[in-house]
Design a binder for this molecule. Structure first.
Ligand code: ATP
Ligand code: MG
Length: 351
């Protein structure tokens, strides 16, 4: 049975990277898969413990989900803190995963910076909580940006180690599900989840630095286009976006080694829903002073309706809370069923 799970942290303003790398895909998947979309508030404590208004940030992400077109009836939309089993399974996965696995994660190295000894233990264990989010529902597919690929690989490693270590008990209890691992067919409790990372904008870069990904937590607001930006702000940020002095290349291969040009072309392609070579066939050889206004117009056209819808939905926090409460109940029932089986598999005396 196929099931999609994904999440976004309430760590700040949602930006174009989140939209193109995640939200837009969430919306596309809701017609073909059963989907669970979470606002992962517990994750947001890993880098910054004290938030100005975490509840409101959480509602803001949920409002963006809804404004992008996610149907709260068709999908389960909720915030992580409502379902305590996320943290419980994460603890078990902390005991499955190895410290060496966590130390190799590039997100940890980037976010911890030089003073690694002073990073929170939660930041190191982040991928373990992420594996729990996904595997609590035994999700088979996870739409994410390119930056999360390594965490998805770790999620598979955790699932595989759990399945191996407990294989006898899983089969004795009859809880195994048949799945393919490479050439082999094996039986396991947790699926080996696949990431869904496709299209021209799986890694949208900062508008100020073509080597850094666009991030909510980047201190420079000019580095990103927020979903809450108005038309003026969007145009100004694109006009100020860093570029090299050359015109756009005549073919896609010419984008190699030009990260800023590649980024803007990728953004255009993703917003227009066309491949990058189609953008190049139209704008190849033209100056950025021609291309940037066209990109700004396109971004405004695509983002303005979402922006307006976000405002409309955010004006009714009680409605958003209702969606999250209802989603939390539906997610909680599934989480409870999984954890009951996990308790039995491990041999924890819990009922
Ligand atoms: P933070 O800086 O707090 O980590 P973030 O912008 O990385 O914030 P997350 O909540 O960590 O956002 O990630 C939410 C989703 O957005 C994930 O699927 C992630 O892969 C995707 N995503 C984040 N940044 C980008 C980006 N620049 N391009 C494409 N996808 C992205
Ligand atoms: Mg992130």
């Amino acid at each position: 049975k196929q099931l999609v799970f994904s999440g976004v942290q309430p760590t700040g303003n949602l930006h174009l990277g989140n939209y193109l790398g995640a939200l837009q895909k969430f919306v596309a998947l809701q017609d073909t898969y059963e989907c669970i979309y979470c606002v992962v508030d517990l994750h947001s404590l890993t880098a910054t413990l004290v938030h100005d208004d975490l509840a409101d940030q959480t509602r803001g992400i949920a409002a963006a989900y809804l404004a992008s077109g996610l149907d709260p009836k068709k999908n389960i939309i909720f915030n992580q803190a409502r379902v305590p089993q996320h943290a419980e399974l994460a603890w078990i996965f902390n005991c499955v995963a190895r410290i060496g696995w966590m130390n190799r994660m590039t997100q940890f190295k980037d976010k911890a910076g030089k003073d690694r000894e002073n990073a929170s233990l939660g930041l190191l264990a982040y991928p373990s909580l992420m594996a729990s989010d996904i595997l609590l529902y035994r999700a088979t597919h996870v739409p994410v940006g390119e930056d999360q690929k390594q965490h998805l690989e770790l999620t598979r490693d955790i699932a595989q180690k759990f399945n191996n270590d407990f294989s006898k008990r899983i089969s004795a209890l009859g809880y195994g599900v048949e799945m393919e691992v490479g050439e082999e067919r094996v039986s396991g409790f947790f699926p080996l989840t696949e990431p869904l990372i496709e299209g021209p904008a799986t890694r949208v870069m900062s508008l100020r630095d073509g080597t850094k990904k666009m991030s909510k937590s980047d201190p420079s607001d000019l580095s990103r286009i927020n979903l809450s930006d108005d038309a003026d702000a969007i145009s100004r940020k694109i006009r100020k976006a860093k570029t090299d002095p050359n015109p756009l290349p005549g073919d896609v291969e010419g984008l190699a080694g030009r990260p800023e040009a590649e980024n803007l072309v990728g953004i255009y392609a993703a917003l227009a829903g066309v491949p990058r070579d189609q953008v190049i066939s139209e704008y190849g050889g033209r100056q950025f002073s021609d291309f940037k206004p066209a990109l700004a117009d396109l971004a405004v056209e695509k983002l303005a309706p979402i922006n307006a819808e976000m405002r409309r939905i955010s004006a009714d926090p009680a409605y958003v809370d209702g969606v999250l409460r209802d989603g939390g109940e539906r997610a909680g029932a599934r989480a409870e069923a999984t954890m009951k089986q996990v308790h039995e598999i491990i041999g924890l005396l819990a009922d």
